[in-house]
Write a protein that binds this ligand. Structure first.
Ligand SMILES: Nc1ncnc2c1ncn2[C@@H]1O[C@H](COP(=O)(O)OP(=O)(O)OP(=O)(O)O)[C@@H](O)[C@H]1O
Ligand code: NI
Length: 335
């Protein structure tokens, strides 16, 4: 599948002001990634056959209801799942290194922080309360080997890339506003020069102006050449920054499409239902609940809530190509 990044006319540019490195050429190719958790009395099917690509300079949003498997997917890529997780599939970095099989040592020494940065859900969880932001940045750049012998200059550099003014480096996290704390946490995520940023619900609990500001910061990092995997419930936020959107339902990606296309012409009935629930649209929440991930049906998991359900839905709908994406439905809307 061709990517939005290939289609975008504005190529990713290094940011001259901050000396932001270009990351052109990097890619992540996830192929049938599946995760199950074995529990004593049940098996949780958290992710099933997730397949997508993501290139430097592109933002992919992963959206779907709570519990559908978004965070488990992200944790699998970082090797952060607990021991009871059974992982299958591949996740190739630069068509080369498989994140799912390379092992903890490689992940710890070469990947986490250095190739893949984590933009945290809550800055508070990422920042140490008892040390200044500058001290934390200096330490992180030293540990990750990006300080280049001058940790102070490095701290200023990464603060600059996250648009955190130098004057804030001597402050403790609690002395920063919510927006500045988010930038400080982002500066830490950038401190190892990762090209790929994972942002799992980076705006939970923020008010709308701060959500928008955070999305605009992510868009800026995308434009500076980073790849961004944005996990969110917030379709409006996704629309603001994502080039493509992947919609997840009950462990599967059921539709993936360029953002404008997805909003204008949703093909999967679940995507249409998510859009109908938006305040600026019909504001009609989808009735019912997703199935338990311990008892998924053999056929389409959305059938029980689907307005277009028919006999074919007893069998699993295969993922089929659309002009610019894919949909897994026996009777997609709009052709
Ligand atoms: N260690 C684990 N053992 C068993 N089940 C787990 C484990 N971690 C996650 N799960 C289950 O996997 C499913 C997917 O969880 P996940 O956190 O990925 O959902 P999510 O889409 O990120 O939801 P939210 O939007 O609420 O963050 C859930 O049913 C969850 O309970
Ligand atoms: Ni989550």
């Amino acid at each position: 599948m061709s990517t939005a990044a290939e289609k975008r006319t504005r190529a990713p540019q290094p940011d001259d002001r901050t000396g932001h490195p270009g990351h052109a050429g990097h890619s992540l190719g996830v192929d049938r990634l599946s995760v199950r958790f074995r529990l004593p009395d049940a098996t949780v099917t958290a992710v099933t056959d997730a397949t997508f690509t993501l290139s430097a300079g592109e933002c992919l949003a992963l959206v779907g209801e709570s519990g559908c498997g978004k965070s488990v997917l992200a944790s699998a890529l970082l090797g952060l799942l607990p021991g009871n997780a059974e992982i299958r599939g591949r996740a190739l970095l630069d068509n080369d290194l498989d994140l799912l099989s390379c092992g903890e040592r490689v992940l710890a020494n070469r990947i986490r922080g250095r190739q893949i940065g984590l933009v945290p859900q809550s800055p508070a969880a990422h920042l140490t309360p008892v040390r200044t932001v500058g001290a934390q940045l200096r330490e992180t750049t030293s540990v990750l080997g990006t300080a280049g012998g001058d940790a102070r200059a490095a701290a200023r550099r990464y603060a600059g890339r996250a648009r955190l003014g130098e004057q804030h480096l001597d402050r403790y996290p609690h002395q920063l506003s919510g927006g500045l704390a988010q930038r400080a946490a982002t500066a830490l995520a950038l401190a190892g020069d990762p090209w790929l940023l994972l942002a799992d619900e980076p705006t939970t609990g923020l008010d709308r102006p701060l959500v928008d500001a955070t999305m605009d910061e992510l868009a800026r990092l995308r434009d500076a050449g980073h790849a961004i995997l944005l996990i969110t419930h917030d379709l409006a936020a996704a629309r603001r920054v994502a080039d493509r959107v992947a919609v997840m339902y009950a462990s599967r990606i059921v539709e993936i499409a360029p953002t404008a296309e997805l909003f204008d012409r949703p093909r999967h009935p679940y995507t249409a239902a998510l859009l109908d629930a938006l305040p600026e649209r019909a504001f009609r929440p989808l009735p019912g609940f997703p199935p338990e991930l311990t008892r998924l049906p053999d056929g389409c998991a959305f059938a029980a809530r689907c307005p277009r359900v028919d006999r074919r839905c007893d069998t699993l709908p295969p993922s089929t190509p659309t002009p610019d994406g894919e949909v897994a439905c026996h009777h997609p809307q709009g052709g």
